[in-house]
Design a protein around this ligand. Structure first.
Ligand code: C2E
Ligand code: CA
Ligand code: CA
Length: 680
């Protein structure tokens, strides 16, 4: 959005600039930038005078703006001069003349009546400059000169100032060096018209009609240069502006206008690098409970509006508690927010956390819907301790994680016990991620035997993590952590794919019916819409007969089952795989509800098998009930955790279909399993 606004602005700026440039060039061409100066106007001209010199008599006349000098030469000599002086400075301050140096040309309109056909005229622009002028020497002003001939009729001469030269005699007489030998019009005190070289005696009538300087505010090449320069400046400014706006985009969250993760980190680096260590900081990390569900139910538009509305509530609360000036607020991703308040008293931070939770108790009105939201918040302080911002953030994040696990809609303050529990889980999660990358997972296969004749017709696939860091950590511990840290989907797929690979390479090759492989999948897969497709793809990739696959899901996950999980269970069934309810009996499924679930098999939980005591009927009630209800629903039964001959015998008497347990076989390595299968 900002980029396109910037592009609009840039195109508009460039268009405006080009238009202005063209207008400027046109104005220049049509003379709108021309300037002129009438040297006879009373604004510039101070006085006019003429001289009698060398046997010559002259008079000066002013007539209808014309200046006429009438000179009568009775004899002629080199010193016979008839001149007209236009003065541009007051005598008292001879140094203050007029600056004509910016004019490019001048126009003189004059005529002469004389005894000869054409008369030589010299025009001097006399410039005063302390570098060469002296007050007591009349001819010390520089003689910028031009010579021309005049006739009887009125003549207009257009002379570029470039044509002026410094009179040679002046340079010689004043002993002028090179540096002062050039035309200088910056302080003209006198303009002098001289009838030169009047070789024939008689009357000379010189009339000056006008003399005008003309020029341009700026020459065309200079104007072009200026335009190019301004263009350059504009490009530089636009580039800087673009850089700034790109920086803004990359550090701002477009939905809420808050900082994004990058913006927050760069702000912290810039402003708080040192202060994290020296100030007390309260960091609040929060997210919306079940935001995915809200998004699925109301759609993304409502979801987005909801996030914006939550931000507004938090911002409102900040200003209500006068904390807005010390706070930095960012949306990290999705529904995750982080808020940092500097120099905030710990009690106030706790009060603030409580109020954020409370303020969101009432449903929010967005897009005509009333949406009930809750947030889980983690709070961590740094009271001048040496701690990085990242560390502080991860503490608050861990506290939030704990708040979620303790039932959502609440806040949790980071403390030492939380630190170690979370540290353990995080380390395991890191190890699991590494194990996926480093291929450190392996499989064990636990044979499942037919109860009647103890043939290993099935096997349960069990995962192990072989990395040294995970020594002694069983799937009972790491699978729930993988679920909490969002790694389980990858692990489940790895188990499925590796099992399929083994079926293909080994199990299909055994010299009898291949065993059915029972694969444990996490309850999380029942919320993962893409799981059935992923499974189907792998089945096709490895050419697996779906009837060889049974997926085990724990019974407890059915307690939370919603429409999505039922849909996913049915999709899995459609693929042709069978489904087993694992640890059956622990999840309080009302037996009569079993009909609602598309399952094929019940795995009697180990605890009930362990309880079996043929001499105490009360201890076998559960096993009996499960087997008999399974029979009535035509479900297969597997007794888990058989550790004694007695347990096996009992399960046989009640016609349980299959058994597995350490009494019959421990989970086996592939080679041992193959030996067992091939023995049959
Ligand atoms: P589960 O699905 O109930 O798996 C059976 C567990 O009971 C296995 O432990 C197995 O070694 C153990 N077991 C079997 N017979 C006996 C017995 O006679 N006595 C005793 N004491 N234990 C017996 P394991 O392999 O440690 O797995 C623990 C749990 O971890 C599994 O319980 C299952 O919920 C989960 N799990 C294991 N592998 C995977 C997997 O590949 N994917 C997923 N999502 N979960 C898995
Ligand atoms: Ca299982
Ligand atoms: Ca089990």
């Amino acid at each position: 959005m900002i980029t396109s606004a910037f592009r609009d602005f840039r195109s508009r700026a460039i268009l405006a600039f080009i238009t202005c440039s063209i207008l400027a060039l046109i104005s220049h061409r049509i003379g709108l930038m021309d300037v002129s100066l009438d040297l006879l106007s009373s604004n510039t001209l101070v006085d006019i005078e003429n001289h009698d010199e060398g046997g010559m008599h002259s008079t000066l006349e002013l007539n209808n703006h014309l200046i006429t000098v009438a000179c009568t030469f009775s004899v002629t000599s080199t010193f016979s001069l008839c001149n007209l002086k236009l003065k541009y400075s007051h005598n008292e301050n001879i140094k203050q003349g007029i600056d004509l140096s910016d004019y490019q040309s001048f126009e003189i309109v004059a005529s002469i009546k004389s005894p000869i056909e054409q008369t030589n005229i010299k025009l001097y622009f006399r410039n005063n400059n302390p570098a060469y002028s002296r007050e007591d020497v009349a001819v010390s002003d520089k003689f910028n000169t031009i010579e021309f001939k005049l006739r009887d009729q009125v003549t207009t001469l257009e002379v570029p100032t470039k044509a002026l030269f410094v009179a040679q005699w002046w340079k010689k007489e004043r002993n002028i060096g090179y540096e002062q030998s050039h035309v200088d019009l910056s302080n003209i005190v006198l303009i002098e018209l001289v009838i030169d070289d009047a070789k024939v005696p008689g009357d000379y009538l010189l009339t000056l009609h006008s003399i005008k300087m003309s020029g341009e505010i700026i020459s065309e090449p200079d104007l072009l240069m200026l335009i190019l320069f301004l263009l350059f400046v504009m490009i530089v400014l636009l580039t800087i502006r673009q850089k700034n706006s790109l920086k803004k985009i990359s550090t701002t969250d477009q939905l809420t206008g808050l900082l994004n993760r990058r913006g927050m980190i760069s702000k912290v680096n810039k402003e708080f690098k040192s202060t994290v260590a020296h100030h007390s900081m309260s960091l609040f990390y929060f997210d919306v409970d079940d935001f995915k569900k809200i998004n699925d139910t109301y759609g993304h538009v409502v979801g987005d509006e909801l996030l914006a509305a939550i931000c507004q509530k938090v911002i409102g609360l900040l200003s209500e508690m006068h904390l807005n000036t010390q706070s930095s607020f960012a949306r990290l991703a999705g529904d995750e927010f982080v808020l940092m308040i500097t120099d905030c008293d710990n009690h106030k931070a706790v009060e603030f956390s409580r109020r954020i939770i409370d303020v969101l108790v009432d449903p929010l009105a967005v897009s005509g819907c009333e949406v009930k939201v809750g947030i889980s918040l983690g709070l961590a302080y740094s009271n001048g301790e040496k701690i990085t911002f990242q560390e502080l953030m991860s503490r608050a994040d861990s506290a939030m994680f704990c708040a979620k696990q303790q039932g959502k809609g609440q806040f949790k303050l980071f403390d030492d016990s939380l630190a170690s529990a979370i540290y353990f889980k995080k380390t395991i999660a890191e190890n699991l991620k590494n194990a996926l990358l480093e291929n450190e997972f392996t499989l064990r296969f636990m044979p499942i035997f037919t109860c009647s004749d103890l043939k290993p017709t099935r096997l349960e696939v069990l995962i192990r993590c072989e990395s040294t860091a995970m020594k002694g950590i069983t799937p009972d511990i790491f699978i729930p952590i993988a679920e909490d840290f969002g790694i389980i989907e990858q692990i489940d797929l790895w188990v499925i794919e590796t099992t399929f690979d083994n079926i293909n390479k080994h199990f299909l090759a055994v010299n009898r019916t291949p065993p059915i492989c029972c694969i444990n999948i996490s309850a999380i897969e029942l919320t993962n819409d893409s799981f059935p497709k992923q499974l189907e793809k792998l089945i096709e990739k490895y050419f697996i007969p779906p009837s060889l696959i049974e997926l085990e899901i724990t019974e407890t996950c059915l307690i939370e089952a919603d429409d999505t999980s039922f849909r996913i269970l049915n999709e899995l069934k459609k693929i042709g795989v069978s489904l087993a309810l694992d640890d059956f009996g622990t999840g309080y499924t009302a037996f009569n509800q079993l009909i609602n679930y598309p399952v094929d098999c019940l795995k009697i939980d180990r605890a009930f098998v362990a309880d079996i005591d043929p001499n105490d009927p009360s201890k076998t009630t559960m096993v009996n009930a499960i087997v008999s209800i399974a029979k009535s629903y035509k479900l297969v039964t597997i007794g888990e955790g058989v550790e004694t001959q007695e347990q096996l015998d009992y399960l046989r008497t009640i016609s349980c279909d299959y058994v597995q347990g350490f009494y019959l076989s421990k989970p086996l390595l592939l080679d041992d399993l193959m030996t067992l299968l091939n023995k049959q």
